[in-house]
Write a protein that binds this ligand. Sequence first.
Ligand code: UT7
Length: 330
Amino acid sequence: MVRPYIKSISYYVPDNIVTNDDLSKIMDTSDEWIISHTGIKQRYFVNEGENNSDIATKAAKIAMEKAEVTADEIDLIILATTSADYVGFPSTACLVQDKLGAKNAGAYDLGAACTGFVFGVETAANFIKSGNYKNILVIGSEVLSRTMDMTDRNTAVLFGDGAGAAIITANEDKESKSEIIYSFLRSMGSGADSLKRPAGGTTNPFVPGVTDPKDLYIYMNGRQVYNFAVKAVTDTILKLMEKNNLTMDSIKYIIPHQANIRILEAAAGRTSIPIEKFYINIENFANTSAATIPIALTEVVEKKLIQRGDNILTVGFGGGLTFGGNYIKW
Ligand code: UT7
């Protein structure tokens, strides 16, 4: 049986740091409100002329270097995003494929919002298990700064830009390493209206002079999404534990999507898992949607917080609505 594993993990963020104080100069908000309600202190925004495919390519190049995989050796590129370079097509994955020169790869975007990397990891794992693919590049990349209404304090303080990338490949060694063992993927389309970009798609196409420009930006019913998120994180952790006979003590780290520190504190309380087991970096990056989990996982690896053989869970939730997680034996 072919065993898929994460050969490398990396991230890239633009060099433009935007603090809460920077935002309070352009909208009616404050550092105190943002920190106390979300845990966010700063985020990164792309610079002018810098696009999703640019930061995704940078994250991918680092992952390829770490894994010692060349562009020619990549068979497939799966790019999870909600903030593609273009509406609909071409996919951002195709633009990244060109920028990398990955001429032997198929490439496509995956739309599962903030759960996109979790879905992408499981998708790649199954391509590897098919035996027909060897090296798969999974990317979560977002330029949310260009999808937010910067006059809407309800959303504009919450999101940031960034990209994370993993090379997922087949383990041909005897010993186990960073193996993707099991994933739990769920969707709840009945909640679609609580988090969306109302216009610009074919339901409500952009019509000059008719479309309210605000409808082109992210709309979120924060309270509804918050309640969904606490339950999604709780259910995902419990399901991954149950299906894999994991006890609380046997889990080294949970790598969660980071939308609000209070969601994670509430989920920790409900699952009786100490909050210290949740890796939290929301203060530095804010919510980078599909990029959040690979960014956090890279930090966990680089800080040497996990060792070979440790059990880790990823947990994502977001637009769609979607939620789920991966169980990885590192
Ligand atoms: O990754 C996608 C998934 N997204 C999420 O999981 C987000 C889930 N939702 C949340 O994290 C929270 O609901 C928010 C952070 C979005 C909002 O936090 P909250 O504690 O639920 O605040 P609220 O919406 O109840 O607003 C409380 C007050 C309101 O003022 P009034 O009506 O009480 O006078 C808001 O107008 O805070 C006000 N407010 C702000 N004040 C200063 C809302 N945003 C801001 C702001 N600065 N940025």
